[in-house]
Ligand binder design. Structure first.
Ligand SMILES: [Zn+2]
Length: 341
């Protein structure tokens, strides 16, 4: 972090990147329980070190970096190795699973299982799940369900947390979950159901994670869910670079913007800011398998290379060399991330 010692310098760098300004620092430290530092780098040009420094400057001292395919899962592990404040999750995102052939999906699942087995930096399997909103083809939906079940088995086998992505698929999420087995810890990332579905997830012992969209006026249903969720089951996340909270809605998200969501939730819950920070920290540590931080050895290499996207040829896009990383030139810009992750 030596590169960014000064809040003024961090602010200047964020402004150069046309990113929202730093919010006022939180009264206590908190954890971003679901973020994509690779997509944030790709979409906003925000380097990992600067993102971590900006987050730490406002009290977001730790985070969970989520994998979406084999390259980004490997990258998540590298970031967790490099920065003790980060732990990794590894997975094939449901929309990626839907696009792969059966053979390619099996190969990718083998790689995820190997990463999950071999890495002390991996705390979870995710994000996995089902997304009927973006994946409409029936065969692809079937592959999503198969992939979700395989991820559940990997989480169980290695006692890792399962981070679920669910979009327009509540009933089938429960169906596959019940049929396959229950990992010890399950997080409903970016919870998007109603109170009845929340109760189904809570009855199965899940944590419900709330992103910036809870601040949007139209999303009263999410505030209703927050109100009925037992306090020890609430998490906060950015899902950066997506789902930016009010008052920065419409701009690009990053972990340092958690304070806006957290302050909104504190008001909703009638809790003091510091009290909610402490609660959400305790919850994220429990949800992701115990404390992390300075206890893991520091990795001394330079900042990990830029994220690899689209390594499986089926995701399309043409490779070009940029710096030390291999980047994918995609005519649709950031759409390889499929919008909401
Ligand atoms: Zn995500």
């Amino acid at each position: 972090m030596a590169e960014y010692q000064d809040v003024g310098e961090i602010s200047a760098r964020l402004a150069e990147l046309s990113l929202p300004p730093l919010p006022a620092p939180l009264d206590a430290a908190v954890i971003d329980s679901h973020t994509h530092l690779d997509a944030t780098l790709e979409v906003s040009g925000l380097p990992v070190e600067l993102s971590l420094a900006a987050a730490a400057a406002v009290g977001v001292t730790r985070m969970v970096q989520i994998g979406c395919d084999v390259p980004s899962s490997r990258w998540a592990v590298e970031v967790a190795r490099a920065y003790p404040q980060v732990v990794a999750c590894v997975a094939i995102h449901p929309n990626d699973a839907g696009r792969l052939s059966d053979t390619a999906l099996d190969a990718a699942l083998d790689e995820i299982a190997a990463l999950a087995a071999a890495q002390p930096y991996v705390r979870g399997v995710g994000e996995t799940g089902i997304d009927y909103y973006r994946t409409r083809e029936l065969a692809a939906q079937e592959r999503q369900r198969r992939s979700f079940a395989a991820h559940i088995r990997i989480a169980i086998a290695h006692d890792l947390t399962l981070a679920i992505h669910d979009r327009d698929a509540h009933a089938d999420i429960l169906k596959v979950w019940d049929a396959t087995g229950a990992p010890n810890r399950v997080v409903m990332h970016c919870f998007s159901g109603d109170v009845a579905f929340a109760q189904e997830c809570l009855a199965r012992g899940a944590w419900l994670s709330f992103p910036g969209v809870i601040t949007y006026k139209a999303n009263q249903y999410l505030r209703d869910v927050l109100a009925i969720t037992p306090r020890e089951r609430i998490l906060v996340e950015t899902d950066a670079p997506y789902l930016t909270p009010v008052p920065e809605r419409g701009k690009r998200n990053a972990p340092y913007l958690i304070p806006h969501t957290l302050r909104f939730m504190a008001d909703e819950l009638g809790l003091a800011e510091a009290e909610l920070c402490a609660l959400l920290t305790e919850n994220a540590v429990a949800a992701y398998g115990g404390e992390w931080g300075e206890t893991l050895p520091r990795y001394t290499a330079a900042e990990p290379a830029a994220p690899l996207r689209g390594e499986q040829g089926e995701q399309g896009g043409q490779r070009e060399q940029r710096g030390q990383g291999v980047k994918v030139a995609n005519p649709e810009g950031i759409s390889s991330y499929g919008g909401i992750r």
